[in-house]
Design a protein around this ligand. Structure first.
Ligand code: FMN
Length: 348
């Protein structure tokens, strides 16, 4: 009887294990000293111990287990031999703690630094593993972020396709101008992307646009929507690849029209969190417009990472503005968040 129960329990665990491995992220981003990693745009804890990537003697070390499992692989630890076996599809990598020798599909390779254990986690410069498993690795010095992306199709190819095709469409669309006739001293400036969205399927109104509309309705503020000259694709995956490339390159994508903010003293500024901060196009807006002396009230939607580093970025980009406490909510709740927005507006 006990054997039967054990067998059933083992089978259930195996099925659960298989289910978890079915999901494989294509874009993973980890930042130095940040215990939250991004997997296809969603923020999640690296592990329950608060492990974060570190720089040791000039080398960036990442927690191997979290990264490999996000890639859809598995990790096995043999404490007697101090060996870590990483498996993804048909590829097997065996690493030994404190040794530069690695086995890749039974062939010996030399790592450029040894795997080490920090707080019970095996840490390693990830390039060897990622490239063996078919991922590209990029380091962004400005943001101290390692971006790992599946290399079946190069991000640069996709960007070019979408850009050319959609630039033509963009020319026929209306130019956004502020709705500047209410006499209000406040304006809601926001960027939001309709289309396939994280956790809420395909939507016609973006999550942040819902919050923008609630603020407009409840304050009577004017509005200016930051509309990209080249729209982002409807498909979520394609958008993440373009957005990641823009972030890596510290790009400043253009938007349509321009806001005349001279008559406004208060700017509600809304954006979704993209790769741990505001989308680059919002940075374009902030660099094009001088918000010195104005009150800036941020609001944002996200898929779990909260504000990320966007408030710091905002402070850097608007050093002479009075930045007030903002409103942040999960994108999946945005369409139903009018009461929360009202409460926040009443209490501020
Ligand atoms: C390119 C891209 C990157 C994203 N990066 C993050 C992220 O780093 N952290 C997070 O919590 N959510 C991330 N998300 C999820 C969005 O922040 C979330 O779905 C948001 O509500 C979308 O707002 P919108 O509909 O107004 O564009 C990302 C989404 C996209 C499309």
């Amino acid at each position: 009887m006990q054997k039967k129960i054990l067998f059933i329990l083992t089978s259930i665990l195996m099925i659960i294990g298989l289910c978890f491995n079915v999901y494989a992220a294509e874009n993973i981003a980890l930042r130095i000293d940040d215990p939250i990693m991004q997997a296809d745009g969603a923020g999640k804890e690296i592990d329950e111990y608060g492990t974060a990537p570190v720089i040791v003697e000039g080398r960036t070390l990442l927690p191997v287990r979290a990264v490999v499992e996000e890639m859809g692989g598995s990790v096995d630890w043999n404490s007697e031999e101090r060996k870590v076996t990483l498996t993804k599809d048909d590829d097997v990598i065996v690493l030994t703690i404190d040794s530069k020798d690695a086995l890749y599909n039974e062939q010996v390779s030399e790592l450029d630094s040894t795997p080490v254990i920090i707080n019970n986690r095996t840490m390693l410069p990830i390039r060897f593993i990622a490239e063996s498993f078919g991922f590209d690795v990029e380091w962004n010095e400005d943001t101290k972020t390692v971006n790992i992306s599946k290399n079946t199709q190069k991000a640069s190819d996709i960007t070019t396709e979408v850009t050319t095709e959609q630039a033509t469409e963009a020319g026929t669309e209306e130019i956004s101008v502020p709705d500047n006739n209410s006499g209000s001293n406040a304006i809601v400036v926001y960027f939001s992307r309709a289309g396939e969205n994280y956790g809420v399927g395909n939507v016609e109104i973006g999550n942040t646009a819902h919050i923008a509309n609630f603020i407009i309705d409840n304050t009577g503020a004017d509005s200016f929507e930051i509309i990209p000259e080249v729209p982002y694709p409807e498909a979520y995956d394609e958008t993440t690849k373009i957005a990641q490339k823009e972030k890596n390159e510290n790009a400043r994508p253009k938007y349509k029209g321009e806001a005349d903010l001279s008559s406004y003293s208060t700017i509600y500024l809304g954006y979704p969190i993209w790769y741990g901060t505001m989308p680059m196009i919002v940075k374009t807006f902030l660099e094009n417009n001088d918000l010195s002396g104005k009150t800036v009230i941020p609001f944002s939607t996200h898929a779990g990472s909260g504000w990320g580093s966007s408030l710091n970025d905002l402070k850097e980009l608007c050093p002479d503005s009075d930045i007030e406490e903002g409103f942040s909510v999960a994108g999946t709740e945005a369409a139903n968040a009018e009461d929360k927005v009202k409460n926040w507006l009443e209490q501020r």
